[in-house]
Write a protein that binds this ligand. Structure first.
Ligand code: SAM
Length: 301
């Protein structure tokens, strides 16, 4: 693994919490630089297997030459379909370490970082058509407003949306610098922090990050063996809320309250972490990007 691709977050905690069976079958939904995958492989014997998903083709270069590993260059929302295709009924554990890798963030031309001048891209999967520029140039003012408010917690989301629509009526927004200049007058507070929130919101939308997470969670009760564990690392509150809610109820569906029947949906999960595990002060010092990480773990009953 190249030294700088990505530093795995909460590595020891993840490996410990997955409670790895040496001859088990595990899925790393977010292979990236392969840091967590290497940890899983170290705990597996020659009969163990690891299926590693990453929708970014760049991650493939980090895949070790190891017969126990199968790399899947697709979105983890297709997990169940992929397992079915390979006649795999259930697995012993699933890990997802959400968001972008440091590599994606540090590659100027991927368009994830406000530090560089590049096209407004932000696609993790470059086979996908829709880019950040498409979102900025085609979403309605209301859609943009909601997007910046919900995914970025941008304080003046409405004003920002209005400014974007006015700017794109003159010329389409194509580049990071062009975008920053167009909205310069409505930036509030520290510009670096402001643009980080704005870019986070765009990235979540471009990659449908919450949609993919929801679909993954909904598949877990079917793909995990009894006693198998799911470990999910999130980096912002919207993701963490989805994971927390799903592990608590085992479903996103509301149960109709019928006062005449004692129908309660049984939760297929037992919570292993009552509260999320967070990085230690030491880890945050070593790897500042770990600071907002939250690890939640559940076991299939
Ligand atoms: C935070 S990094 C994971 C780093 C990895 N755990 C490591 O130790 O190097 C997230 C990775 O997951 C990928 N990814 C994010 N969402 C995905 C999805 N829905 N499907 C497949 N891969 C995804 C990204 O392309 C990125 O490479």
């Amino acid at each position: 693994m190249p030294e700088t691709y990505h530093i795995p977050v909460l590595l020891e905690e993840v490996i410990q919490q997955l409670n790895i069976k040496p001859d088990g079958l595990y899925v790393d939904c977010t292979f990236g630089g392969g840091g967590h995958s290497m940890g899983i492989l170290k705990s597996l014997n020659a009969n163990g297997k690891l299926i590693a998903f990453d929708q970014d083709e760049a991650a493939r270069h980090n895949v070790p030459d190891d017969a126990r590993v199968l790399f899947v260059p697709h979105n983890f929302r297709h997990l169940k379909r992929f397992l079915q295709l390979h006649n795999i009924k259930e697995v012993d554990g699933v890990l997802a370490d959400l968001g972008v890798s440091s590599h994606q963030f540090n590659e100027a031309n991927r368009g994830f970082s406000t530090r560089f001048e590049a096209a407004l891209d932000m696609r993790m999967d470059q086979r996908q058509e829709r880019t950040a520029a498409d979102v900025l140039n085609t979403f309605s003012e209301t859609q943009l407003h909601k997007l910046f408010e919900q995914y970025g917690e941008v304080t003046n989301a409405k004003t920002l949306a209005r400014t974007i629509v006015a700017a794109r009526n003159t010329a389409p927004l194509q580049t990071i610098e062009g975008f920053k200049t167009a909205v310069h007058d409505v930036v509030k507070g520290n510009p670096a922090k402001y643009f980080a929130q704005v870019f986070q919101a765009l990235r979540i939308e471009v990659n449908d990050e919450l949609g993919a997470l929801k679909e993954l969670l909904e598949q877990l009760p079917q793909v995990l063996k009894s006693g198998g564990r799911a470990a999910i690392i999130t980096f912002h509150s919207l993701e963490d809320r989805l994971v927390k809610q799903f592990f608590k109820k085992g479903s996103f569906e509301e149960v109709d309250e019928n006062p005449f029947e004692m129908t309660t949906r049984s939760n297929p999960f037992k919570a292993i972490t009552k509260k999320p595990i967070e990085p230690s002060g030491d880890e945050i010092k070593r790897n500042p990007r770990s600071r907002s990480a939250k690890l939640r773990v559940a076991e299939k009953i």
